[in-house]
Structures are given as structure tokens and as C-alpha cells.
Design a protein around this ligand. Structure first.
Ligand SMILES: Cc1cc2nc3c(=O)[nH]c(=O)nc-3n(C[C@H](O)[C@H](O)[C@H](O)COP(=O)(O)OP(=O)(O)OC[C@H]3O[C@@H](n4cnc5c(N)ncnc54)[C@H](O)[C@@H]3O)c2cc1C
Length: 383
């Protein structure tokens, strides 16, 4: 067992940190409060080789590891928390699913441009009546000639407003086995957005309406049965969200630590009060524990043993820790922490959403309990 990064990982870590400090530090606060997706950052990162880090070189990726992608999230977030979302978009979630299952033609039309930072993809799974129970989704794919007609509505889609293409989960037939996925272009006839709505994080989402949208056969990513195939890999995908939670908690912690050493009340630095010291001791313990759980899940996934149990434990603990630490850091900074002049309040708002997105804490705990008791517990009412 070795708790340190190897030499190659250390070099990569330092290179990413250098890039972030040179290109992302100055506008970090402004970026956190901007309504736009940072396309300029995406282009820079793609040129720097920070997209497709864990994807094979034959797919247009960098041939690195999941651990490398996490290192990239950590180093970018330490300088510019918002830009960690761009690392996520270029390495985790929909782009990874595409890299895994795309046809040669789909790679050419979509993956290439996504990896170049020229395009943005979002995943549309959640529907008004299918949140945690995602397999209840009803967006229908009905055969029409060689292709399909899509009808349905998606909600809460991250970057849905800005995305050029949506990886939409659709129903080809009944049951879990009837679910697959298709690629729907922004300009497709019958595809429209509702009014943008703001999340607590400041990000906008909008309802995505598909009204008789024609999807040609070459835009089907995974046909019926695809959901089951894809969900196996989804546990690993949770690692991106997990890493960002922890990284933003750590960012807030570092800012609050500096503050506690400089800010004086009652003629003493804040860090000299035991009530404040214990907050930092608690935060440090949580951050360290979360870090170990995250790395365990990632290192084992890199060894080809992705464990749903380990990734669920890591996500649950890192999501909670990121938020708790951001909240305590904000408290240590008083009115300054609560104000938009510091990025700590952004980290507090941002980490809150990951306790819901990508598998809520409750759903993850259900999964973890199944591992504990080595049996499934159906969430459905008894028949
Ligand atoms: C910031 C953010 C980003 C998101 N991005 C995307 C995206 O890009 N694409 C996408 O498709 N979706 C996205 N979502 C949607 C997300 O996946 C859903 O919000 C999530 O699955 C929960 O669904 P829901 O909001 O409908 O809550 P519900 O399913 O209605 O759940 C409400 C509450 O009940 C709890 N609950 C539900 N079932 C159980 C149970 N069996 N046991 C215990 N507790 C339970 C939940 O944990 C939650 O706390 C995003 C959400 C957020 C907040």
C-alpha cells in the first residue's frame, strides 16, 4: 500500500497546477458568477491535453488514468473552482459514455469536436416524473422508417441550455431493458427549451422538450438494453462529481485557513481561539478521510475493478464532506465568507447540489446498505 502519488503523477499534478495558475487564477471569481459556460477555458484545456485524459489514444484521448483525471480536477479547482466543471465536461459523464459506445461515424462527428473543446454535450436522463426512479422515464422512441421519433421532456440537465448535443435516455420499449440512448442536436426540428431556471449554484437549467424529433439511425448510441450496459460504467462516472465536491471543500478550507491566521478579533488572530482551532481539526479529519475514500475508489477502478460499493461510499462521503467543510469555512470567515467577494460562498452553494445530482445521498446510502447486507432491497411497493 502506498499513500503517495508516483513521480509521473506528481509531474502531471505540477504541470496542471502551473497551467491553472497561469491561465485561470485571475478571473476565477468572475467565472464563478458568470451565466455563460466558459467555452474559452474549454478550448485552452483541450489544447493543453486536459480533455479525454483517461480515454484511449485511439479514441482521441490522452491514454492516462482515472486517477490522472482526478488530479486534474483537484489542481484546477484549487485555483478556479468553476473551471473544474470544464474538466468534468471534458472527461466524465456523457463524453465518457460516448467514447465507450460511439460508432466510428459518431466519433468523427461528435467525439472529435468535444475533445477539441469546440462542442458541449449534456446528458438528459431525469424527467418530471422520473428522478431517483430514473428507470420510470417515459420519453419515447417510436420507429419511423430507419430512425425514430422522440417525444418527451427532460429536466435539470446540467449545461442543457448551452449544449450543442444532448445524450438523451429514451424508451424503445417496456421495462429497464427497453431503455437506450440517442444523440439529439441542438437545432433538430421539434427540440425546444423552456424558460431558464436558476439552481442555487447559479447555473441555469431549462426543460428540454422533444416534440416528434426525428433521430436518424446513425444517432442512436445504444438501442434497447443499452441502459443496463451503460449503468455498469456509471458508477465510475460518479467519481468526477465526487472529486469536485471534495476539491471545492478543500478550496474553501484553504481560504478560511489563511483568513483565520490574519483576521484579528479581541486583539488575537482567529486561529488562536480554541473554538476555531477545533473547527479546523474537524475539517482536516473529514478532508483526509474523504480523500482516502476517493483515491481508493479511483485506484481500484484503474486496476480494472470498478466497485459500485466503493464509488458509492466515496461519493456519499465526499459530497457530505465538501458541503460541511465549505459551510464551516464560510462560518469561520463571518460576513466576508457569506459575501460574493469571496469564493467560499460559491463553494458552499455549489457543493450542495452534488448531494442531489448523480445519485442523491439517500439513493447512495440505499446502495451501500445493499452491499452491507449482500442483498437487494427493492424501493418499489410490494406487489
Ligand atoms: C445540480 C444538479 C445537476 C443535475 N444534473 C443533471 C443532468 O445533467 N442530467 C440529468 O438527467 N439530471 C440531472 N440532475 C437531476 C438529478 O439527477 C435528480 O435531481 C436526482 O436524480 C433526484 O431526482 P429528483 O430531483 O426528482 O428528486 P426525487 O427523486 O423526487 O427525490 C426527492 C428526495 O427524496 C429522496 N428519495 C427518493 N427516493 C428515495 C428512496 N428510495 N429512499 C430514500 N430517499 C429517497 C431523494 O434522495 C431526494 O432527497 C441534476 C440535479 C441537480 C441538483
Amino acid at each position: 500500500m502506498d499513500f503517495s502519488l508516483n513521480e509521473e503523477q506528481q509531474q502531471f499534478r505540477d504541470a496542471v497546477r502551473g497551467f491553472a495558475e497561469r491561465h485561470l487564477a485571475d478571473a476565477a471569481l468572475q467565472r464563478a458568477h458568470s451565466d455563460d459556460y466558459p467555452h474559452d477555458v474549454a478550448k485552452m484545456m483541450a489544447e493543453q491535453g486536459l480533455f479525454g485524459i483517461a480515454m484511449s489514444e485511439s479514441s482521441g484521448g490522452q491514454g492516462g488514468s482515472l486517477m490522472d483525471s482526478i488530479i486534474a480536477i483537484e489542481q484546477v479547482a484549487a485555483v478556479c473552482p468553476r473551471s473544474a466543471d470544464v474538466i468534468q465536461a471534458g472527461n466524465f459523464g456523457a463524453i465518457r459514455t460516448l467514447a465507450e459506445y460511439a460508432s466510428d461515424d459518431q466519433r468523427e462527428r461528435y467525439l472529435k469536436r468535444l475533445l477539441a473543446g469546440e462542442m458541449l454535450i449534456s446528458v438528459g436522463m431525469t424527467e418530471p416524473e422520473a428522478g431517483s426512479a430514473v428507470t420510470d422515464l417515459v420519453t419515447a422512441a417510436t420507429p419511423d422508417g430507419d430512425g425514430y421519433r422522440i417525444n418527451g421532456t427532460k429536466v435539470f440537465t446540467t449545461h442543457g441550455w448551452h449544449a450543442d448535443v444532448i445524450l438523451a435516455y429514451v424508451r424503445f420499449g417496456p421495462g429497464v431493458g427497453g431503455i437506450g440512448s440517442v444523440l439529439i442536436d441542438k437545432g433538430a426540428q421539434g427540440f425546444s427549451h423552456g424558460q431558464p431556471v436558476r439552481f442555487l449554484s447559479g447555473d441555469d437549467w431549462a426543460q428540454l422538450y422533444f416534440e416528434n424529433v426525428y433521430v436518424p439511425p446513425e444517432n442512436v448510441l445504444l438501442g434497447p438494453g443499452g441502459f443496463k450496459q451503460q449503468i455498469a460504467g456509471f458508477n465510475v462516472e460518479r467519481i468526477g462529481n465526487t472529486a469536485r465536491s471534495l476539491a471545492l471543500g478543500r478550496f474553501a478550507f484553504n481560504v478560511a485557513r489563511e483568513w483565520a491566521m490574519q483576521r484579528k478579533q479581541f486583539d488575537r488572530a482567529l486561529c488562536e481561539f480554541q473554538g476555531i482551532q477545533w473547527k479546523f481539526a474537524e475539517m482536516q479529519m473529514k478532508l483526509d478521510a474523504a480523500q482516502l475514500l476517493l483515491y481508493r475508489a479511483a485506484v481500484n477502478a484503474d486496476r480494472g475493478l470498478p466497485s459500485a460499493q466503493e464509488t458509492s461510499i466515496a461519493k456519499c462521503y465526499c459530497n457530505q464532506t465538501g458541503f460541511d467543510v465549505a459551510s464551516e469555512s464560510l462560518q469561520v470567515m463571518g460576513g466576508t465568507g457569506y459575501s460574493q467577494e469571496s469564493l467560499v460562498e460559491y463553494c458552499f452553494r455549489r457543493t450542495r447540489g452534488w448531494m442531489i445530482a448523480g445519485g442523491s445521498l439517500e439513493i447512495l446510502k440505499n446502495r451501500i446498505a445493499e452491499g452491507v447486507f449482500e442483498r437487494r432491497f427493492s424501493q418499489r411497493p410490494p406487489r
